[in-house]
Design a protein around this ligand. Sequence first.
Ligand code: ZN
Length: 253
Amino acid sequence: MADTTAAWEPVPRSRTFELVLARVEEQILAGNLRVGDRLPPERELVEMLGVSRAAVREALRVLEAQGVLRSRVGTGPESGTVIAAMPDAGLTQLLRLHIALANFPMDDVVEARATLERASARLAAGLVAGGGLDRIREPLLRMDDPALPREQFNDFDTEFHVAIAEAGGNRLMADMTVAVRNAVRHTLLTVFNRLEDDWERVAARLRAEHHAIYEAIAAGDVDAAGDLVEAHVRGFHQDIVKTVLGDSGSAGA
Ligand SMILES: [Zn+2]
């Protein structure tokens, strides 16, 4: 006998816009639409796809919000809706929201951070001649201030890790590091605030680890830089986060 408790829900008409989104995505993935290309005018899309004008507009709004499309006003050849190069901010914002909303288990987030940041630190250490050291040193030195409030310590800690990822020169890796690190920002701040009298001891440990990571990168020691960052990420979660929050901590907390 079928389960009669599950009611049949009408399919919302507005979902048509998702099918329009899928069509545009298909064209992009197939390489038919590239950065700078103009999208067919709204009227043509309505005709080609056999959907309502409202559905097309809704889909275009979503793509614009995602940073995939950009509207150019005017009537010249440059006007209309064009495919935009995805700005970094758009990607990191989406990733951060999804990571926060998905409520991934903390262990998964730690594993992703350890893997990403190990790779980024190795890249950064191999590229010290290319610059980026100043941007890593700046937050490092700011964290040395013993009077720094915990919230700001957390912000500079994030900045330090992001600067390393960016110094590595791999933009995708840097964007993913930013997204994952920002997604755990709240959790880490909660932990910092609950440490009470233990804070100074923990801050001293984090400072020492950050300095060692910086020295390895500045010295161009690829292996040490990777090992130290990985140990820093894993050690902090194992010894500090799990002690404070227990095993149930999740990334979105
Ligand atoms: Zn750190």
